[in-house]
Design a protein around this ligand. Structure first.
Ligand SMILES: [Zn+2]
Ligand SMILES: [Zn+2]
Length: 352
């Protein structure tokens, strides 16, 4: 995309483990003929995305956040004609309505068409990649309308977690837990469109030339960042990550591995929740500053950096000012990549 680096170094990143996708839920066999599944018409080499939620920690709708958005994290990615969704914060609700062809976003203006021209019957086939299970990244999942449609084919993957007694908590366990009757009126079993749950702690998911890799980052619980590659195009999505702290259980060479993981990405969407002054108060909460995000983008030689996981108290005006300041610093520092703050519903193209 804009200002994409020429120094893409595909193949630099190596993941250590094979993917462990364990289909454990709704095992009833159900396959569709190709023409029954609505796939967006798209070129095989394209990679684009839009943020359906950009806000960290808690949804923060209101007049001060209309510009960059008040929904919590969700990325709608079109990769070589395949729809992938990253995180299921509150932003996934309106995406679901759009894909299902109902609700306020469905008809007006054909916003689905802007990225993928959904036509005809709305049968949704997608994989949802969760980075972790903090509320802001999962709370929209029960409201994702296609998950309740038996005609959908939805797979949910994410990192397994460790419970209080050292036991493994699967992705299915975790979703089931958050949909327990004390928390939510509808049980997980009602989500008939969800075919499988699987694990992707640090590994690779690959289908039809679309490659998604996961790497553990520095944040409470087992949290991952993802990198999506289609041919020579790539985006990296790292919504929650405390770059500076050494408090998190990762190996000593973590930063070098992380730079390799991000290396040459066309677009990096990275946690930039705090200013430097705020970080003085919130160090240890698992998040990064604008400047820290710029430093890692510089090291990794990315094409464009999008600040993400906006603080719920940050107004559009304040965020604009911080972006302006970051761009000024980039000019002074001779940084080669573009800088912006992620904005809800704005399509971003990876690559030239
Ligand atoms: Zn978060
Ligand atoms: Zn988190």
């Amino acid at each position: 995309m804009r200002g994409a680096s020429d120094a893409r170094s595909l193949g630099v990143c190596r993941t250590s483990k094979d993917v462990d996708i364990s289909a454990t839920h709704h095992t009833e066999a159900h396959t569709y003929e190709d023409d029954e599944v609505i796939r967006p018409a798209d070129d095989p080499g394209t990679l684009r995305f839009r943020c359906m939620g950009t806000r960290g920690s808690i949804a923060s709708p209101g007049p001060g956040t209309v510009g960059f958005g008040g929904n919590t994290p969700c990325l709608d990615v079109m990769a070589a004609g395949r729809r992938l969704i990253f995180d299921a914060g509150t932003g996934i609700r309106s995406l679901g309505e759009e894909l299902a062809g109902v609700g306020g976003w469905a008809g007006g203006g054909g916003s689905a068409g802007a990225g993928g021209s959904m036509e005809g019957e709305r049968r949704v086939e997608t994989t949802i990649f969760l980075t972790h299970f903090h509320w802001d990244h999962v709370q929209g999942l029960p409201f994702f309308m296609p998950a309740h449609d038996p005609g959908s084919e939805i797979h949910v993957v994410g990192p397994a977690q460790t419970g209080p007694d050292g036991e493994e908590l699967s992705v299915q366990d975790l979703v089931q837990g958050m949909m327990g009757s004390s928390y939510f009126p509808v049980p997980m079993a009602a989500m008939k469109g969800v075919r499988t749950f699987g694990h992707l702690n640090e590994g690779t998911w690959e289908h039809d030339g679309v490659r998604v890799r996961a790497m553990r980052v520095k944040h409470p619980s087992f949290t991952v960042g993802y990198r999506v590659n289609v041919g020579d195009r790539s985006i990296a999505y790292v919504p929650d990550n405390e770059l500076l702290s050494d408090a998190w259980p990762v190996s000593a060479d973590w930063r070098a591995r992380f730079v390799g993981f991000l290396s040459g990405a066309d677009v990096l969407v990275h946690d930039a929740m705090y200013t430097e002054a705020e970080y003085g108060v919130y160090a240890g909460h698992g998040h990064s500053t604008f400047r820290q995000a710029m430093e890692i983008a510089t090291e990794a030689g990315v094409g464009e950096l999008l600040f993400f996981h906006h603080d719920p108290n940050r107004t559009d005006e304040a965020l604009e000012r911080l972006v302006d300041r970051a761009r000024e610093e980039a000019v002074v520092g001779g940084l080669a990549f573009g800088i912006a703050a992620a904005r809800e519903r704005e399509w971003v193209e990876a690559g030239p």
